[in-house]
Design a protein around this ligand. Sequence first.
Ligand code: ASP
Ligand code: MG
Length: 416
Amino acid sequence: MGLIVMKFGGTSVADAERIHRASARALAAQRAGHKVVVVVSAMGDTTDDLLDLAKSVCTFGGREIQPPKREMDQLLSTGEQVTIALMAMAIHAQGAEAISLTGGQIGLVTDASFSKARIQSIDKKRMLDALDAGRIVIVAGFQGVTPEGDITTLGRGGSNATLVALGAALSADVCENYTDVDGIYTADPRIVPNARKIERISYDEMLELSGLGASVLQTRAVEFAKKYKVPLHVRNSQNENEGTWIVSETPNMENIVVSGAALKKDLIRVTVREIPDVPGVAARVFGAIAQANVVVDDIIQTLDREGNAYISFTVEHGDLHDIRQAVDGLVKGFGGTCHADYATDLAKVSVVGVGMRSHTGVAQRMFEALAQSKINIDNITTSEIKISCIIKRDDGPKALKIVHDAFELGGASGKP
Ligand code: ASP
Ligand code: MG
């Protein structure tokens, strides 16, 4: 007996039948003696549909105008509100008691950064009272309110953040994340058909993988789970199989050298050339980029013989417009022969595993595998538990398969 927080993503509540199936799961857990809190996303593609609707309303006089962010959140939060009410009705129809609650109704207070708000506090009382009264509590994911009472949203995929935040606030025994896949895979199974479901993975490995393009879980949700040591269980809502457990690291995890491989498909490398090499230039470059709200990784700085600095870094393709603006301003500011160029056809293939800390030769094995397939490596970056290679975008899928094979991660040849 314990407290379970379960979350159903959009596809798991896409229609009446699926809502009933999700409800039946919540009920089964309650009948097994647990207290059950359910977090839900908007049904199916509702959030995307609402975004499209906003876009069409905001196209006026032939121009597309940015909608006010507050109104956008007011709009997007409606998707989840539909699901909670329907889910509570479905549970009622199945003969049990449930109550639906919005972010505001559970006092989920956030800052006022509309569209990417951060959770500040949660008031547990209403949920605990309802649980004590024998009800299943259904909470709208992805939404909160500012201290002033304005509705905010937590960023795309934000129901995961709600799941983990509730798990932490309620000291849940487990957070179950129901999706339409069986768990976290050793690589994206759409690219690598023999990818295998991972049984257990540490928070740190999952953080690296989700930052590298494995998109099942929002990075922020995993950070939160790690901070509060909430075990996360990612599983399929359409079957009873065990999924993937994301948990604190245990000593025997280091026996597995590489846990997974990932591919980021669409990267740009920006190189700012011939910058005067004086203290403070890197701070100036990355200050301007932070101002533009662009996330960078894989930073490399080198010097030429004349003493000029070259700084290059990668960003996601979607940030091209913002990054160009920021970098153009910088180049003008530095003056002289400073200029920038953009390589727009790159990808990044990575391997991740806590076992890298205690095993040697991992990098070599990866580079050799790529070399044997004549895939050229542009840049290499590492962390304690990750090795990444920047390669040509067209080589991406092949490279992922190759490194996945090189570390024998696959189901057929892999070591379970
Ligand atoms: N409905 C929101 C989205 O599609 C939140 C979520 O699904 O987690 O991004
Ligand atoms: Mg969704």
